[in-house]
Design a protein around this ligand. Structure first.
Ligand code: AMP
Ligand code: MN
Ligand code: MN
Ligand code: MN
Length: 289
């Protein structure tokens, strides 16, 4: 396989903070021309069997996927895992531990929002949750839009849910080393998600990339819905500098909220090694089901 492939290796379903089912996402990916797909719910692989079955029913190749929340240099960093064994016990335990604090965090967020004059946010957010184990800031954002507090979810994040704002509760997620190891030891490949989003200094970013490599990480998202065209160029250069394979994914969450639809981003720039080239043996084709 070459870089000329419509691969979309990052998106979310109702199993985390997306609004579509794995089946509806598979159909949408197929309709948009996706040839290789992965569902990467946050800290959760409960949708993997459904996603793989739906992809194959649509005639699309599939890679197992997840997006793990990590705390690195006091910042939340996301690590995508692709091509792992979805029945691996240690990965399942690691993910369960990672998402375990979300319930308490959500209650703390609601308490802070109540103090800021917005009562009932915990119960309100729960109405939008598809998986009780996975309550996220996105569900709070949807509640605040529905109740007219803000006009869209971006405004909710800007005014209420990011560091320094009334509904923000700091949280300690998995360590970088553990996340990379859980994925790698389950036979998968660890990939730094949307690196331009982290607002790191050059030194911190260098530390992230070098420590990620040292732990066994092998890829970085270059073309993602979170990057500008200039950032594709920046992270293509970073991929080469650190000897990492390159990934591509929309980070699609919802037809009503996401700017980038499944399968619609530019292709990966040439002269990079696409992650799917290294994962060829892990890609399940419809014929192999
Ligand atoms: P959590 O894992 O609960 O901290 O929620 C993180 C999720 O919130 C991300 O995966 C995005 O889906 C969403 N998110 C984060 N920042 C923003 C933003 N500025 N605008 C809209 N959604 C955001
Ligand atoms: Mn999300
Ligand atoms: Mn992310
Ligand atoms: Mn994501």
């Amino acid at each position: 396989m070459t870089s000329i492939l419509n691969a979309d290796l990052h998106c979310h379903s109702v199993v985390s903070d997306g609004t579509l089912t794995p089946e509806d996402l598979a159909a949408r990916a197929k309709a948009n021309g996706v040839e290789l797909w992965a569902l990467t719910d946050h800290d959760e692989i409960g949708g993997q069997h459904r996603a793989a079955a739906a992809a194959h029913a649509q005639g699309m190749a599939y890679l197992t996927g997840v997006e793990i929340s990590v705390t690195f240099a006091d910042t939340t960093v996301h690590i995508v895992g692709l091509g792992f064994d979805p029945n691996d016990t240690r990965l399942a335990e690691g993910l369960a531990a990672t998402r375990g604090g979300r319930g308490e965090r959500a209650k703390d967020m609601a308490e802070q929002l109540a103090q800021a004059g917005i009562p009932g946010a915990y119960e309100g957010a729960l109405q939008f949750v598809g998986n009780p184990a996975l309550i996220s800031r996105t569900h709070f954002a949807r509640f605040l839009v529905e109740t007219g507090v803000c006009k869209d979810t971006s405004e909710v994040f800007r005014k209420y849910l990011i560091e320094g704002k009334p509904g923000y509760v700091p949280h300690r997620w998995a360590s970088l080393g553990n996340a990379v190891r859980w994925i790698t030891e389950a036979g998968g490949m660890a990939i730094i998600a949307h690196p331009a989003r982290y607002k790191f200094s050059a030194n911190e970013e260098f530390a992230l990339f070098s420590e990620f490599k040292a732990h066994g990480g092998r890829g970085v998202e270059v073309v993602t819905g979170s990057h500008s065209a200039a950032e594709y160029v920046t992270y293509a250069a970073m991929a080469k500098e650190f000897g990492l394979a390159a990934s591509r994914g929309s980070d699609f969450h919802s037809p009503d909220e996401s700017h980038t639809d499944l399968g619609t981003l530019p292709l990966l720039p040439g002269q990079l090694t696409p992650v799917w080239e290294l994962l060829a043996e892990r890609i399940r084709h419809p014929a192999a089901v």
